[in-house]
Design a protein around this ligand. Structure first.
Ligand SMILES: N[C@@H](CCC(=O)N[C@@H](CS)C(=O)NCC(=O)O)C(=O)O
Length: 259
């Protein structure tokens, strides 16, 4: 079985990633896919007036262009006449085109499911640990609830998601979530765990040392060791964590309480 053929359109036009400068954020999943695939791309994170390019697209008065609907939020991908948003949507588009959506005809749906699950557990829920009440409020306005949410996250949600991916890897019987073939879901899981570890280093140390998720941490290490990823992570293109999804607050760096 082989992957579905990549769409014919937009074959030789450049890829443009539109995302906020100054933090890895959700744009990082798309960068890692490009880097692993060895595909050139431009990135507003490193462009003059990159913010302006993002803001133009999401301005409430912007009607969309070239048949594209207006988009709500970055990351966005422009490829020829096509402009799309939603991280998993962009990843699926690129994954199919660049051989990172699995070897089987149906794998694209499995890979999408795995990526969505990693994003639920290690991106969306982690974001809600420092913004449990409202996105429009500052963290400082919801500190008490953030601590409560973070304690629950490290005690219940983090182990649940880690155990799930350990189970997937055990069933797959190989180094990667689908077994023998690296897909973009592995890259998403890597970035999600890397960011979550930045936010909850103590809980992560405990999880690593506990040994229950050995396959998951092996995958994290194996992704980091891939030559193109390693080079990218050491480069200036890789931005530091700051005020995005994955951020560090000492008071939220909690460990699950002993029962
Ligand atoms: N579900 C969307 C979420 C997009 C999103 O929340 N983007 C953030 C940056 S990572 C943003 O700028 N949001 C603005 C807003 O929600 O108002 C995705 O996965 O791409």
């Amino acid at each position: 079985m082989s992957s579905p053929p990549p769409p014919k359109r937009h074959k030789d036009v450049p890829y443009e990633l539109l995302y906020w400068p100054g933090l890895p954020g959700r744009g990082e999943h798309i960068r890692l896919l490009f880097e692993e695939a060895g595909v050139p791309y431009s990135d507003t994170a490193h462009a003059k007036d990159g913010i302006g390019a993002v803001l133009t697209q999401i301005k409430p008065t912007y009607p969309g262009d070239e048949g594209n609907t207006p988009l709500l939020a970055p990351p966005m991908l422009r490829h020829g006449g096509l402009t799309i948003s939603q991280t998993p949507n962009i990843l699926q588009y690129l994954g199919v085109r660049h051989g990172l959506a699995g070897p089987g005809d149906d794998d694209v749906w499995r890979v999408n499911g795995l990526a969505l699950t990693a994003l639920d557990g290690f991106s969306n829920e982690v974001h809600d640990c420092h913004h449990p009440i409202a996105i429009a409020l500052y963290y400082e306005d919801q500190k008490e609830e953030s601590l409560r949410r973070s304690k629950d996250y490290v005690a219940n949600r983090l182990p649940k998601y880690l155990a799930y991916f350990e189970r997937v890897l055990k069933a797959a019987g190989g180094d990667w979530l689908l077994g023998g073939t690296l897909t973009y879901a592995d890259l998403v899981l890597f970035q999600c765990l890397h960011g979550t570890e930045f936010m909850f280093p103590k809980a992560f140390r405990k999880a690593r040392e506990g040994g229950d998720y050995a396959r998951v941490f092996q995958l994290v290490d194996a992704v980091q060791a891939r030559p193109k990823i390693k080079e990218y992570l050491a480069s200036e293109k890789r931005q530091k964590y700051s005020n995005g999804i994955w951020r560090y607050y000492e008071e939220l760096d909690v460990v699950p309480e002993e029962q």
